[in-house]
Design a protein around this ligand. Structure first.
Ligand code: NAD
Ligand code: TYD
Length: 355
């Protein structure tokens, strides 16, 4: 069986659901259930004996070591993190706690577990650390895309905390021989993404008749990957990745935020036209930029293609259409995550931004 941490969030939930569609190997999901963790993502697994949920923190050594001893997973996939840049600007503390200290404590627990394994168990064991392209910093319009040997230049408390966790994972490989794999992926989108991130926020706000807040000039560039493609890349790296190696994962799909927002508006015009017949793009509102906003991220996903034969299946056109359709079909899910805490966040992040 495998242990997934942070599996109740956006990518972890997609990973678990896809995993159990593709294989019969059981999954334990260890998740703290922060605002971003949602057990409603697993309704289709009700009663499925291959899936178990454990409520807890990766930083809880006793809990983690007890789980490892009891279930003896052959792999751990670490998704657990605070993941939103804007939240890290308003309050970096939780990012340091979970992304750095939590990863450190998890690694310590895994080190103890690993050191007591038989040689056969050791050679089969894997610790896959899921990270981000944001650790590499910001690119100019003409810089080449990030490769695995790019220097780390994180600019936000979020990316700095993820960079620190990547360094710890690397150190546990070199110092203690822990069989680690690290992936650095570009911006994901798709089902179950919390509506604080660009794409779901724009879909949800558009349907609610609210402004679509574009930071600064909207010409910042991100590389967008459909979440199911990220999950298939993680399965590939877990199965065939070389120990201690880093793999960049991306969609070969750079675009400006403004182009993304327009693509969403155009799809909604087609799939759920406004009652007044006007275009959703009329709701676009330029607001004060994010402090320290990285201008461009771009991933060179050549290594994972050459070495492991992985490439994304979705284009942005196919992926964004599926995503918009999912949010149209799952408005109850959206309604349920828009709790009091969510409303407080919206007020905090957008309340003081000047249009
Ligand atoms: P998310 O915020 O949707 O989910 C994070 C999950 O981790 C939540 O379920 C939360 O409850 C859980 N969690 C938080 N702190 C925890 C703790 N201390 N112990 C146990 N569980 C805890 O994040 P996501 O978008 O699914 O991202 C998952 C991982 O992928 C993160 O490590 C993130 O840095 C990385 N990543 C995300 C993206 C992206 O575009 N979303 C891109 C590249 C990499
Ligand atoms: P986000 O989804 O927060 O991901 P990240 O900051 O990790 O790349 O933001 C994606 C881009 O969209 C980023 O350049 C910031 C921008 N953005 C907006 O313009 N408006 C918004 O309301 C949000 C949430 C993001």
């Amino acid at each position: 069986m495998i242990l997934v941490t942070g599996g109740a969030g956006f990518i972890g939930a997609n990973f678990i659901l896809d995993w159990l569609r593709e294989s019969d190997e059981s999954v334990i999901n260890l998740d703290k259930l922060t605002y971003a963790g949602n057990l409603e993502n697993f309704l289709e697994l009700a009663g499925d004996p291959r899936y178990a949920f454990v409520h807890g923190d990766i930083g809880n050594r006793a809990l983690v070591e007890g789980l490892l001893l009891k279930h003896r997973p052959r792999a751990i996939i670490n998704f657990a993190a605070e993941s939103h840049v804007d939240r890290s600007i308003h309050g970096p503390g939780e990012f340091i706690e979970t992304n750095i200290v939590g990863t450190f404590k998890l690694l310590e627990g895994v080190r103890v577990f690993f050191s007591a394994m038989s040689a056969a168990e050791k050679s089969a064991f894997r610790f896959l650390h899921v990270s981000t392209d944001e650790v590499y910093g910001s690119l100019s319009a003409i810089d080449p895309a990030f490769k695995e040997n790019n220097p780390y230049q994180p600019n936000s408390p979020y990316s700095a905390s993820k960079a620190a966790s990547d360094h710890l994972v690397r150190a546990y490989h070199h110092t203690y021989g822990l069989p680690v794999l690290t992936t650095n992926c570009s911006n994901n989108y798709g089902p179950f993404q919390f509506p604080e991130k660009l794409i779901p926020l724009m879909i949800v706000n558009a349907l609610a008749g609210k402004p679509l807040p574009v930071y600064g000039d909207g010409l910042q560039i991100r590389d967008w990957l459909y979440v199911a493609d990220h999950c298939s890349a993680l399965r590939t790296v877990l199965a065939n990745g070389r120990l201690g190696e880093i793999y960049n994962i991306g969609g070969w799909n750079e675009n400006t935020n403004l182009a993304i927002v327009h693509a969403i508006c155009d799809l909604l015009d087609e799939m759920r036209p406004r009652d007044d017949g006007k275009a959703y793009s009329e709701q676009i509102a330029y607001v004060t930029d994010r402090p320290g906003h990285d201008r461009r991220y771009a991933i060179d996903a050549g290594k994972i293609k050459r070495d492991l034969g992985w490439r994304p299946q979705e284009t942005f056109d196919t992926g964004i259409r599926k995503t918009v359709q999912w949010y149209l079909d799952n408005q109850d899910w959206v309604g349920n995550v828009q709790s009091g805490t969510y409303r407080e966040w919206i007020e905090k992040n957008y309340g003081e931004r000047v249009e």
